[in-house]
Design a protein around this ligand. Structure first.
Ligand code: ASP
Ligand code: MG
Length: 412
């Protein structure tokens, strides 16, 4: 008898009819001979509404403990409704809040980390052949304070519980039917990937393919737990996210992604001497700003240029810090640009396939797109370009790497 954890996102439980639909699916899975734990998000739009209320009552930075107490209620509503709907179909079901399911976290409100999960109460209910309906996104600290795991955190709840229970699979039901080679809204030729490795999924998730919260993929990778991303509105097989050794086709490029949520800052003409990078990036780090790409030019005349990217939400603050540090270091100029896009190609097959970068640069050159920054990792190449060319770049790269069959599996 398999143990299956199913996670349903906000749109999948958006109204009562959809909740009934989820209940039917859960019951189907159970009557097929499986034990089922189902993890749900708040009904779509609910968390945003709660955040708005928090801001109305508590200002721009509401007290984090009270914020968590409030925003976690969205999931509490859904678990009770779904448990009732499953009971209506004649099956036993029981809801669990974070505290009730033993989801112990630290006290870092609004972005708490999971410390441990005591699965005994879940297991007792499963042993009675009933369905466990658990609240995503929330946990409890050792003092009994309600915590939340950050926006999109239900994915992480589901995967963490699946790992703790030693489940056979965690199915992520969502409003898309799998992981695509690129954004299908931009590129009609985008296709669904049958299988993808955790590593590739991590790169895709962090590059802006918003299918799964990154932390959930990290969890699954650490425990080797297969994920199945699929649509809650049909019964098609979606995309399996699995260990690298279980990926049969090592595509040279499995995904082309873009991210327009970053901004670029450049310090021109800073002294080329030890300690400069430390002086710049220390205050940024202290301000909680996560720097993504960093580029330092080859020095000439004893000075160099330093360029880096930060999330758009931190741009103003980062620019202010860079200007302050820049003037202390007698930089010639400090300038910023919010209108950039980071475009990346990702694929396991790059590990044993040369020439991907060259081809990428050629495609961009043919489209007349200027590259401002480049970074690479073992399975990814990213470039920063002007935001207005993002779509053009994605279409060109997808055509060259995916549609033209250039991404044929490497044999190895
Ligand atoms: N309801 C939470 C959010 O909207 C958690 C989730 O849906 O994953 O961010
Ligand atoms: Mg989500």
């Amino acid at each position: 008898m398999a143990l299956i954890v199913q996670k349903f996102g906000g749109t999948s439980v958006g109204d009562i009819e959809r909740i009934r639909n989820v209940a039917r699916r859960v019951v189907e899975t159970k009557t097929a001979g499986n034990r089922v734990v189902v993890c749900v998000s708040a009904m779509s739009g609910e968390t945003n509404k709660l955040v708005e209320l928090a801001n109305q009552a508590g200002g721009d930075e509401p007290d984090p403990r009270e914020y968590d107490t409030l925003v976690s209620t969205g999931e509490q509503k859904t678990i009770a409704l779904l448990a009732m709907a499953i009971q209506q179909l004649g099956h036993g079901a029981r809801s669990f809040t974070g505290a009730q399911m033993g989801m112990l976290t630290d006290t870092d409100h609004t972005r708490a980390r999971i410390l441990s999960i005591d699965t005994s109460s879940l297991e007792a209910v499963l042993a009675k052949d009933e369905v466990c309906v658990i609240a995503g996104f929330q946990g409890v600290d050792d003092q009994g304070n309600i915590t939340t795991l950050g926006r999109g955190g239900s994915d992480t709840s589901a995967v963490a519980v699946a790992c703790a229970l030693g489940a056979d699979v965690c199915e992520i039901y969502t409003d898309v039917d799998g992981v695509y080679t690129t954004d299908p809204r931009l590129v009609p030729g985008a296709r669904k990937l049958p299988r993808i490795s955790f590593e590739e999924m991590l790169e895709l998730a962090s590059l802006g393919a918003k299918v799964l919260q990154i932390r959930s993929v990290k969890f699954a990778m650490r425990y080797g737990l297969p994920l199945h991303v699929r649509s809650s509105f049909g019964s098609d097989v979606g995309t399996w996210v699995v260990p690298e050794e279980d990926v049969m086709e090592r595509l040279v490029v499995s995904g082309v992604t873009y991210n327009v949520d970053e901004a670029k800052i450049r310090l021109k003409g800073v002294a080329d001497q030890p300690g400069i990078a430390a002086r710049l990036f220390t205050p940024l780090g202290e301000a909680g700003i996560v720097v993504d790409m960093i580029l330092q030019n080859f020095a000439s005349d004893g000075t160099t240029d330093m360029t880096f990217t930060v999330p758009k939400g931190d741009y103003r603050k980062a620019l202010e810090i860079a200007k302050k540090v820049g003037s202390e270091m007698a930089a010639e100029q400090v300038e910023g640009d919010e209108n950039i896009a980071k475009v990346s190609v990702v694929g396991l097959g790059m590990k044993d396939h040369a020439g991907v970068a060259t081809k990428m640069f050629n495609v961009l050159a043919e489209e007349g797109i200027n590259i401002q920054m480049i970074t690479t990792s073992e399975i990814k190449i990213s470039v920063v370009i002007a935001e207005k060319y993002a779509e053009l770049a994605i279409r060109g790269l997808h055509a060259a790497f995916v549609e033209d069959g250039a991404s044929e599996p490497t044999t190895e």
